[in-house]
Design a protein around this ligand. Structure first.
Ligand code: BDR
Ligand code: CA
Length: 310
């Protein structure tokens, strides 16, 4: 097993990511940090605690983190996740409070105290990660890699070209990709295509098991519960990034240089993935090639159903 810290903005698909992560035998989730994103920080904290209670994982510490991006106002996505961020699925009130430490301190302590290098899985805007890297740069030495759901080498969702997590806090993402920690980018190129068929969701919803039933309700809401525009599937979203952290062999990926657009224009928050066949310094217009961070960019799942079954 490998040690993991998760950063989330729960969020329907963050909920699925947490459910998968805490039950996965290959990884050991040591801490969960939360950040404003899909819904307000207060709601994210409550949702995260509820999901961990449901999973019998109430011993994993949860800390509250940044209430807003570094340099922009918080702009939630409750239009996608429902006002409560869990698509209206009702769960019992949390049995505990978050820890008293700030998320940045919980992350620092967990990473530095680990006997083995830690994998950071980020399913949310990267505000907490950027604060951590700026306040405690020594953590990079004990980080194995950062696997993040975010970005796109093709289409955006928050804007035509920008993915929500990066667009919500581009300055934070810029700090993260330049940190020198090995990066895996699980962006919309793959995210938009790993989906649970409707009959599977219906089966989960009808289950007697509380976890399966909640999963069905959450998955059924995911980007699809619109009466006027019914969809035949529900995305597994952030959960796919966790699968990619455990099973890279299930995905098609390749290494590329990536940059975050910080422009105050139509490209703000875009992840520019350099897929040119040749990238010599002569094609970088004055930039030094080693100054541009490299990420393992995931483009697709080899077999989407295999990812879903996992
Ligand atoms: C990402 O933004 C949020 O809506 C989801 O939870 C996911 O992390 C997709 O762009
Ligand atoms: Ca998320």
């Amino acid at each position: 097993t490998f040690p993991v810290v998760m950063d989330v903005d729960t969020g329907i698909d963050d909920a699925m990511a947490l459910m998968y992560a805490v039950r996965n035998p290959h990884m050991d989730v040591r801490a969960v940090s939360t950040v404003a994103g899909n819904v307000s920080l207060k709601q994210v904290v409550e949702n995260t605690l509820k999901i961990l209670d449901l999973m019998g994982a109430s011993d994993i510490p949860v800390a509250a983190g940044a209430v807003a991006p570094l340099n922009s106002p918080a702009r939630d996505a409750s239009y996608v996740h429902g006002a409560d961020g869990l698509g209206g699925v009702e769960l019992p009130a949390p049995t505990r409070e978050p820890v008293a430490e700030h998320a940045v301190e919980l992350m620092r302590r967990t990473i530095m105290e680990s006997e083995q290098k830690v994998t950071l899985i980020a399913c949310a805007p990267q505000t907490n990660l950027a604060l951590l890297l700026r306040m405690h740069p020594e953590v990079t030495e004990n980080l194995e890699r950062i696997v993040f759901m975010g970005g796109s080498a093709s289409v955006g969702n928050a804007t035509p070209v920008a993915e929500f997590n990066i667009w919500h806090d581009p300055e934070a993402a810029d700090i993260v990709v330049k940190s020198g920690v090995p990066l895996v980018m699980y962006g919309l190129d793959v995210f938009n295509h790993v989906a649970i068929p409707d009959d599977v969701v219906a089966g989960l919803k009808a289950s007697d098991h509380p976890v399966a039933r909640a999963l069905g309700g959450i998955a059924g809401f995911t980007y699809g519960d619109d009466e006027d525009e019914p969809q035949a599937y529900s995305l597994i979203g952030d959960a796919g990034a966790v699968v990619a952290a455990v099973h890279p062999e299930m995905f098609v990926s390749s290494e590329h240089r990536i940059e975050i657009s910080l422009a105050d224009e139509i490209t703000r928050g875009q992840t520019v993935v350099d897929q040119r066949a040749q990238v010599g310094e002569d094609r970088l217009h004055g930039k030094k090639i080693d100054d541009i961070p490299v990420a393992e960019v995931v483009f697709s799942a080899k077999d989407e159903m295999e990812v879903i079954r996992e």
